[in-house]
Design a binder for this molecule. Sequence first.
Ligand SMILES: C[S@@+](CC[C@H](N)C(=O)[O-])C[C@H]1O[C@@H](n2cnc3c(N)ncnc32)[C@H](O)[C@@H]1O
Length: 219
Amino acid sequence: MNTLLAQYWDRYATGLGARQAAENPDGDHRFEWTQYPGHGPGDELLGQPATSLELGSGRGRAVAYLARKGVKATGIDLSPVQCENARQRWGDVPGATFVQAEALTFLSSHEQSYDAIYSVWGCLWFSDPETLLPLVRTHLNPGGTVAFSHAPAVPGSYGVQGMYGEGFTGRQLWVHRWAYPPETWADILDRHGFTHIEAGILDAPDPANVGTLIVQAKA
Ligand SMILES: C[S@@+](CC[C@H](N)C(=O)[O-])C[C@H]1O[C@@H](n2cnc3c(N)ncnc32)[C@H](O)[C@@H]1O
């Protein structure tokens, strides 16, 4: 476990993540892929799973939403604070489980498979897809769905992107993110054996604003 990275995400949980959740109280009752409340598709992108796994589940809203619909829904997150918040808020929802774990480590050390594995602005953004997607595929039941969303790549700025998580005078904490246009995501999924691939950018409610990359495929 990279302790500094977990602390970085703990700070996000109590800072920006908490503010965004407070600004969107209805987010407790919806499944949202985009950064715009009430905008875009919902959990229909996952099909009708009996079991699901969210990678980077944050405050646990999507996990709780699926569990309330009868899905056996698990969320994993690197941040102890996010997991504790999720357990406190949603721990009494039958079928909702929250595990504190790093995604690659969790998938490498567990055998269980799922009908849907998804990530909402989570691990598919913050993990090398060449490593993560093959692991995701081995943990999907036949015909199962992978789906994820995050910000579109800045045009011309593709591949792994790095930032200093504690600023330029802080400890040396590197946070990595992977950014590709939709066609590259489709190619990566295809190379790793996924089918029925759909990758695109959904416009923001005001198309002049930043849209949302949404990708889905089947095992
Ligand atoms: C931007 S937040 C999104 C959280 C949530 N999905 C939402 O929509 O509110 C990204 C989340 O991914 C988690 N995360 C990042 N990298 C991770 C990794 N390698 N393994 C597990 N969780 C990770 C962070 O702790 C954080 O809670």
